[in-house]
Design a binder for this molecule. Structure first.
Ligand code: NDP
Length: 322
């Protein structure tokens, strides 16, 4: 079968299409034929080496498709079933393995591609809005990269919970998309200082929570956007990791709270996976949560897909279709 392999870390050119043997599922695993693999920013961190992995490896955590083989102890998962996972062992491939504990069935009424586009970013957005900082009606959330994969889903879930959403984006086209998706305001960071705009939009008070996926470039201004005792949720590093800082900074900015969550700690058990994904799939089937696939690339064009997401050209989800 075909798979993208990374032998050394670096730029997108390190993503190489190769022929590899079909993997055999071990105990508690299944193999699935990948109908769509989700591209996530974490794949960029794995490729660049920001998050180290042993090499060579096939990147990609997110896949949806059909089970083609089941190992011993695969429980009631059967060959032929439509499933999705956010913990595949190399989704950029024709087929991949996944542990059954990390598998969800794709319900009727949800397309396989939609499941690949939803699962990892949806679980992240769900955890952020419902648990990391459980938004309440009337609270104000600042969402960075609001037209991105996580951003569009987070905006919709925050609105469902009755919050007011201020989205930050880099272009007018992304601002229009963020507003169409439910953001109450969209700040175009190319021409507005977002901390000032956030204060203006909250009558000087500051927002209750910032969901910051950009990292290094936005860290300090995100703190400046918060109300006293507000919550800074730093959950990504699209511009580079946040540098070390003194806890006193949080005092100076208004006794702020700071957390750096990973979705894995909020989807830590099969029960938690079932509950969160069940709610996400239900919303999608009801038309109450829109999943936007911004772009699709063939497997062989994985490098092009990485270049697109890193150059901030993409909106919503990017898929690789083997
Ligand atoms: P996105 O679709 O959001 O793409 C990244 C976006 O970040 C860009 O479109 C861009 O939006 C913005 N951005 C700002 N500065 C930069 C920069 N210097 N380089 C590139 N992009 C930049 O990706 P995802 O939805 O896949 O991921 C969003 C973030 O969420 C990532 O940081 C990722 O690591 C994080 N994440 C964290 C998880 C966790 O468990 N903690 C799980 C899943 C995702 P704009 O042009 O509008 O500024």
């Amino acid at each position: 079968m075909r798979a993208i392999r990374i032998h050394e870390t670096g730029g997108p050119e390190k993503l190489r299409l190769e022929d590899v043997p079909l993997p055999e599922p071990g105990p508690g695993e299944v193999r699935l034929r990948v109908e769509a693999a989700g591209l996530n920013y974490v794949d960029v961190y794995h490729r660049s080496g920001l998050y180290p992995r042993s090499r060579p490896f096939t990147p990609g955590l997110e896949a949806a498709g059909v089970i083609t083989a089941a190992g011993t102890g695969a429980g009631d998962f059967r060959v032929g079933e439509r499933v999705a996972t956010a913990r595949a062992s190399g989704a950029y491939a024709d087929e991949t393995l996944a542990p059954v504990a990390e598998l969800v069935r794709v319900p009727d009424g949800v397309a396989t591609e939609t499941a690949a586009a939803l699962l990892l970013q949806g679980l992240t957005a769900h955890a952020l809005a419902c648990d990391v900082f459980p938004l309440k009606a009337g609270e104000v959330a600042l969402v960075h990269a609001a037209a991105g994969g996580v951003g569009l889903l987070l905006t919709q879930i925050a609105k469902k919970r009755g919050a007011r959403v201020i989205g930050c984006v880099s272009t007018d086209a992304k601002a229009a998309l963020a507003r169409e998706t439910g953001a109450d305001h969209a700040i175009v960071t190319a021409r507005e200082t977002f901390a000032e705009s956030a204060r203006r939009l909250t009558d000087g008070r500051g927002v209750d929570v910032v969901y910051d996926s950009v990292g290094k470039d936005t860290f300090e201004a995100s703190l400046n956007s918060l109300r006293p005792r507000g919550m800074m949720v730093s959950y990504g590093n699209a511009s580079g990791p946040v540098p070390a800082f003194s806890p006193l900074l949080l005092t100076q900015k208004g006794s702020l709270f700071f957390t750096r969550p990973s979705f894995g700690h909020y989807v830590a058990t099969p029960g938690e996976l079932r509950e969160r994904s069940g709610e996400l799939f239900r919303w999608v089937a009801q038309g109450a949560l829109k999943v936007r696939v911004g772009e699709k690339f063939p497997l062989a064009a994985a490098a092009e897909a990485h270049r697109a997401i890193e150059s901030r050209k993409t909106t919503g989800k990017v898929l690789l279709v083997p």
